[in-house]
Ligand binder design. Structure first.
Ligand SMILES: Nc1ncnc2c1ncn2[C@@H]1O[C@H](COP(=O)(O)OP(=O)(O)OP(=O)(O)O)[C@@H](O)[C@H]1O
Ligand SMILES: [Mg+2]
Length: 240
């Protein structure tokens, strides 16, 4: 299987002397769905932001067979669909429809085709009305869905989703799960939602202090680290 994300020895600091990524090795193969678990502040978002070149650290990083370097960023960003942890960072056009059509337009599609793709992507995330609304007037969950539609509309090769269920109600979470299951792309999903991850991702990795400390079957990782409400971590001391 060919590698769609190939990271070796990634290191990064926001400020001198405080490393946030301390040598991350990670591989994502075509068609794979992998969950990224880890405590708040363990470095998940920082790692993901390297994949689309928003952050640049030391080490070797290839995405879709291209080194993540400034000259390749426009192509890499067309190939990966990146859902930011905060959908506010992603929505900037005056209407919902224009926002979602922006990606296909930028990729060179004629306006009619771009709008068709945008409507299709919006329908896929359950938004079929009110496409002339301003994105900043939407609820958080609606913003998250519009941001996801914007990604789907460009038909990327890989989906990088940073906490995609944070703002979603249970039916919207279920609908997202069903939608993602039908999509053939490789997926890398940072989430604290163990049930969502278990239902979607056969494999998971666990981040701790800027390193991947475990990589294996999702159910095993959840059990080992106590990553759901029911099970305490296997490594925790027994209660006194
Ligand atoms: N722009 C920034 N400047 C300085 N430090 C930052 C910045 N962004 C993140 N950090 C720090 O880097 C560390 C890792 O943050 P990151 O957002 O990658 O964590 P995370 O694993 O995604 O957490 P969460 O589960 O809360 O989303 C944290 O200690 C955070 O405070
Ligand atoms: Mg994060």
């Amino acid at each position: 299987m060919s590698c769609i994300v190939d990271a070796r020895g990634l290191r990064f600091s926001y400020e001198p002397g405080r490393e946030v990524l301390c040598g991350v090795d990670f591989h994502l193969h075509r068609g794979e769905s992998v969950a990224l678990f880890g405590r708040n502040g363990s470095g998940k978002t920082t790692f993901l932001l390297h994949l689309n070149g928003v952050l640049r650290g030391e080490g070797a990083l290839r995405v879709c067979d291209l080194p993540v370097e400034p000259k390749h960023l426009p192509l890499i960003r067309r190939k990966i669909g990146f859902l930011f942890q905060d959908p506010e960072d992603q929505l900037f056009r005056p209407t919902v429809l224009e926002d979602v059509a922006f990606g296909p337009l930028r990729a060179g599609l004629p306006r009619a085709e771009a709008e068709l793709r945008a409507r299709r992507a919006l329908a896929a995330v359950g938004i079929e009305e009110g496409l002339d609304r301003a994105p900043y007037h939407l609820s958080s969950g609606e913003k998250q869905r519009v941001a996801l539609a914007g990604i789907l509309a460009v038909e990327p090769e890989v989906l990088i989703l940073d906490e995609p269920t944070t703002h979603l109600d249970p039916p919207a979470r279920r609908a997202l799960l069903e939608l993602l299951r039908t999509l053939p792309q490789a997926k890398l999903i940072a989430t604290h939602d163990a049930a969502f991850a278990r239902a979607l991702c056969p494999r998971a990795v666990f981040f701790e202090h800027g390193r991947i400390v475990a990589d294996g079957p999702c159910t095993e990782i959840i059990r080992r680290f106590g990553w759901d409400l029911e099970s305490p971590p296997e490594t925790s001391p027994a209660p006194r």
